[in-house]
Design a protein around this ligand. Structure first.
Ligand SMILES: NC(=O)C1=CN([C@@H]2O[C@H](COP(=O)(O)OP(=O)(O)OC[C@H]3O[C@@H](n4cnc5c(N)ncnc54)[C@H](O)[C@@H]3O)[C@@H](O)[C@H]2O)C=CC1
Ligand SMILES: [Mg+2]
Length: 354
């Protein structure tokens, strides 16, 4: 007995020593490099090294989800996505009779400037209302959360939901049918029967703001909230270039031929699964600008003047019924790339000679 207790405490001392040395080395390493470079190097290591990632899970913070709905708290008039510390999360898991191993189901989604790792964990196996009352907040549909959060929280939750969903739907190898196993960071899954590695996937989608020189074209799908319009979007088909997708989508959805186009920016988007939104501006000939809406894809598409768009940008992003029963135009949330395209167009128009 004495020997085994002795070796246990020796092991404990070694583990503590290792952790202290590791913390000191990380600290020194962090001091020597630019914040961005050291964050990227640290995240890379966490993805490659399960042991390091396990340590990071025990000192990191967690964004919580319940069946892919993110957990939000209302603070004053604002909504925040709280980061729960590892110790608080372990307390909650214990309270709800869960093994603390559950931490290992989480996925890595980023880190702070001080290299404290952020993870996301789905607690879908627990009773939703119990966690909500314990943590004083609520699990909210992600697209609704987008209208309530600032850009940083929204993009972290977007990445988190996309990764959690991908793991949930890729539990088996599509070649052998055997279970796949996630690495600790959640950056891949491996089928140990044949060594196939699966990486999370994204679908490329182009989103295009079409202009005829003085107006811009916005469209809505029947599933959008009342009055909300956005730019035209469409998935890239296999074999297409981005330019071909832009031309095809504009032709398919509104029956117009693109005259010129240019790239603006890109954004990760978690819907319907995980998309890489590639945002472009396009122009059509002013003499050939008659819209023919493809009703299989869109409910409506309309040209809007600069004044109408500027007014909509000032409006709160929510349905607003007018006296005539119709809904006022409103636009996607500020940090959505469609919003950024619209802002850019307004700026371009405002700078054009009258
Ligand atoms: N971030 C932003 O500002 C905005 C993002 N979007 C996103 O763009 C995405 C694409 O726009 P849609 O008009 O729906 O595309 P779309 O015009 O290509 O039509 C959707 C249809 O394309 C087919 N499709 C082809 N490849 C697909 C794939 N990889 N995954 C799913 N469906 C595929 C399906 O039949 C689907 O019903 C939407 O998921 C939407 O959430 C749309 C507007 C603004
Ligand atoms: Mg579309």
């Amino acid at each position: 007995m004495r020997t085994s207790r002795g070796s246990f405490s020796q092991e404990l001392n070694m583990a503590m020593l290792y952790q202290a040395v590791y913390r000191r080395a990380s600290f020194l390493w962090c001091r020597l490099h630019s914040t961005y470079v050291r964050k990227m190097r640290y995240l890379f290591e966490l993805k490659e090294d399960d042991g390091l990632c396990r340590q990071a899970q025990n000192s990191g913070t967690f964004y919580l989800f319940h069946n892919l709905f993110p957990f939000l708290q209302k603070v004053g008039s604002k909504h925040l996505a709280p980061q729960i510390s590892a110790s608080e999360l372990k307390r909650i898991l214990k309270k709800f009779k869960q093994n603390k191993q559950k931490l290992e189901d989480s996925v890595l989604i980023g880190c702070s400037d001080e290299c404290m790792a952020y993870f996301a964990l789905d607690l879908g196996s627990l009773e939703k209302m119990d966690i909500e009352s314990e943590l004083k907040g609520s699990f909210t549909e992600l697209w609704k959360a987008f209208f309530q959060l600032d850009g940083k929280d929204a993009s972290l939750l977007s990445l988190a939901q996309a990764l959690l969903r991908w793991h949930d739907t890729h539990k088996y190898c599509s070649k052998t049918g055997q279970p796949t196993q996630k690495n600790l960071a959640g950056s891949k899954r491996v089928c140990h029967t044949n060594g196939i590695i699966y990486y999370p996937q994204m679908s490329p989608v182009v989103i295009t703001l079409v202009s005829d020189g003085s107006r811009c074209l916005l469209a809505r799908q029947a599933s959008f909230p009342q009055g909300m319009y956005s730019a035209l979007a469409g998935f890239c088909d296999v074999g297409e270039t981005l330019e071909e997708t832009v031309r095809r989508e504009v032709a398919e959805e509104v029956g117009l031929e693109v005259k010129s186009m240019w790239y603006s920016a890109s954004q990760h988007w978690p819907f319907p699964n995980s998309s890489l939104m590639i945002a472009c501006h396009a122009t059509v000939w002013p003499q050939q600008n008659e819209i023919r809406v493809n009703k299989l894809e869109l409910e409506a598409a309309t040209w809007f003047s600069l004044e109408e768009v500027v007014e909509a940008l000032r409006r709160e992003p929510r349905p607003l019924k007018q006296e005539d029963g119709r809904f006022s135009l409103w636009l996607p949330p500020k940090w959505a790339i469609a919003h950024q395209l619209i802002q850019e167009w307004v700026k371009q128009q405002s700078n054009m000679p009258a």
